[in-house]
Design a protein around this ligand. Structure first.
Ligand SMILES: [Zn+2]
Length: 177
């Protein structure tokens, strides 16, 4: 979803407001230099393995926007045990996997600057029909991210998040106005 808005961070009217943010990789990978990445990591679009020891899958953490059927969408990574990683891979192409497999346990693998520390937060991983990324549900119910996910957020908070993540990204200011 996109719309124009006057930005609370810089005061400019941005032409597009994406109610989403996607982390390209787990933070463990992002924090490595190129040599380490090449030597230690196996990368796929939705799966990373580091040192044959750390296993990650990509998922979607949705925060409902109160009073609408929209969500603010965090595209994040979860670390999982190897058995979970293998089971998810095994059923990747199986029709009905969302009904027959899981939910699984994992931990968030991204630190979100907009919240108290989110790295390693416990999440429940819910598989979705083929072609759709798993949903991540924060399990630590007293954490701000869990509270926002459970209760939803007002539209102004969604706009605030959108503006924060827009300006946290390189080139956030470079769009035409
Ligand atoms: Zn701005």
């Amino acid at each position: 979803m996109a719309e124009s808005f006057k930005c609370a961070t810089c005061g400019i009217v941005h032409e597009t407001l994406e109610m989403s943010f996607a982390a390209d990789s787990p933070d463990m990978y992002a924090n490595m230099n190129r040599e380490e990445r090449d030597a230690r990591c196996i990368r796929g679009s939705d799966q990373y393995i580091i040192d044959q020891k750390w296993f990650f899958i990509r998922g979607c953490l949705e925060i409902p926007i109160v009073g609408s059927d929209e969500v603010f969408l965090w595209g994040l990574w979860a670390s999982v045990r190897q058995e979970v990683f293998d089971e998810i891979e095994d059923c990747w192409e199986i029709d009905g996997r969302e009904k027959s497999r899981g939910p699984f346990k994992g931990r968030l693998a991204n630190s979100l600057a907009e919240y108290p520390e989110t790295l390693n937060l416990k999440v429940r991983i819910l598989l979705q029909p083929i072609g759709t990324r798993p949903l991540l549900v924060v399990e630590e119910s007293d954490h701000m991210l869990a509270i926002e996910q459970a209760r939803g957020i007002p539209r102004r908070r969604a706009i605030e998040l959108a503006s924060l993540v827009l300006h946290a990204q390189p080139g956030g200011h470079s769009e035409p106005n």
